[in-house]
Design a protein around this ligand. Structure first.
Ligand SMILES: NC(=O)c1ccc[n+]([C@@H]2O[C@H](COP(=O)([O-])OP(=O)(O)OC[C@H]3O[C@@H](n4cnc5c(N)ncnc54)[C@H](O)[C@@H]3O)[C@@H](O)[C@H]2O)c1
Length: 249
C-alpha cells in the first residue's frame, strides 16, 4: 500500500504523548520515517517503539538551540534530511491571574511554544530550501483568537505562533516550502486536564457544534493532509480543527 508520505522524513516534536504521539503514528502509517522528539526521553522511546519501520526517538528540549542542533543532526544521520517538521511540543504553564504570573513562567511558556518552533524551523529550513520541498506545521490554539483569562502567557504564545507562521510562509514560498498552523480546539489529552475537570470537559463537548471535544487523531488527520502533496498549494494559513466553534479575533 502506498502512503501519502512515502519516502519522507518527518520530525515530530512533543511526540511522547497526546497530539504529537497521534501525529507521529499517523505520519508513520502514511509511510514516513519518523523522528519522535520529546523533552521526556522515556515517552519519546515509547512512541518510537509503536511506530515500526524506520523511526527514531530523540530526547531534546525544543527551546534549547544546541540540543535541537544535535538532535536534528542525529535525525539526518539516521533517517535522512527532514522533509516535514511538526512543531507540536508545548506547555500550558501556570493557570493564574496576571498578578500571580511570574516572569519565569511567562518566559518559559514563550520559550517553548514560540521560540521552540523558531529554533526547530530554522534548523531544518536550509535543507528544505536547498531541496525545494518542505512542510512546516505549527500548533496554535483556540485560546489565541478567543483569549482566555488566567492563561496570558500561553494565549500570547499561541497568537504569536500565527504571526510567525504567516511571516515564514511568505519568506519560503518560492522554495516550495509550505508553513501552516493548526488551531485545535479542546482536544482529549493531558493538557486540558491541567485546568478543567472531567465534568467540564464533558460539558465543553456537549456545547461543541459537533457534540464532542477533539481527539488527537482529528489533529493528525489535518496534519497528514498538510504534510502531503495534496497540501502543496496551502501556505501561511491557520486551520481550525475544532468541530466548528467560531473563535473570533
Ligand atoms: N489538548 C488541547 O486541548 C490543545 C488545544 C490547543 C492546542 N494544543 C497544543 O497542542 C500541542 C500538543 O499538546 P497536547 O494536548 O498533546 O499536550 P500534552 O501535554 O499531552 O503533550 C505535550 C508534549 O510536549 C512535550 N514537551 C513539552 N515541553 C517540551 C519541550 N520543551 N521540548 C520538547 N517537548 C516538549 C511534553 O513532554 C509532551 O509529550 C501543544 O502545543 C498544545 O499547546 C493542545
Amino acid at each position: 500500500m502506498t502512503g501519502r508520505l512515502d519516502g519522507r522524513v518527518a520530525l515530530v516534536t512533543g511526540a511522547g504523548q497526546g497530539i504529537g504521539r497521534a501525529v507521529a503514528l499517523r505520519f508513520a502509517r502514511e509511510g514516513a520515517c519518523v523522528a519522535a522528539l520529546d523533552i521526556d526521553g522515556a515517552t519519546a522511546e515509547r512512541t518510537a517503539g509503536e511506530l515500526g519501520g524506520r523511526s527514531l526517538a530523540v530526547r531534546a528540549d525544543v527551546a534549547d538551540s544546541a540540543a535541537i542542533d544535535a538532535a536534528v543532526h542525529e535525525v539526518e544521520r539516521t533517517l535522512g534530511p527532514v522533509d516535514v517538521l511538526a512543531n507540536i511540543g508545548g506547555v500550558y504553564g501556570r493557570h493564574a491571574p496576571i498578578r500571580e504570573q511570574t516572569l519565569e513562567n511567562w518566559q518559559r511558556v514563550l520559550d517553548v511554544n514560540l521560540t521552540g518552533g523558531f529554533i526547530c524551523a530554522k534548523r531544518v529550513l536550509r535543507g528544505m530550501v536547498d531541496r525545494r520541498w518542505g512542510r512546516i506545521i505549527n500548533v496554535s490554539s483556540g485560546h489565541a483568537l478567543g483569549g482566555r483569562p488566567n492563561v496570558s502567557p500561553y494565549t500570547a504564545s499561541k497568537m504569536a505562533v500565527i504571526g510567525f507562521t504567516k511571516a515564514l510562509a511568505l519568506e519560503v514560498a518560492r522554495s516550495n516550502v509550505t508553513v501552516n498552523a493548526i488551531m485545535p480546539g479542546i482536544t482529549d489529552t493531558a493538557m486540558p486536564r491541567m485546568y478543567a475537570s472531567e465534568e467540564r470537559l464533558r460539558a465543553q463537548g456537549e456545547q461543541n457544534p459537533m457534540g464532542r471535544i477533539g481527539r488527537p487523531e482529528d489533529i493528525a488527520n489535518a496534519m497528514a493532509f498538510l504534510a502531503s502533496e495534496d497540501g502543496g498549494y496551502i501556505t501561511g494559513q491557520t486551520i481550525a480543527v475544532n468541530g466548528g466553534i467560531r473563535e473570533l479575533p
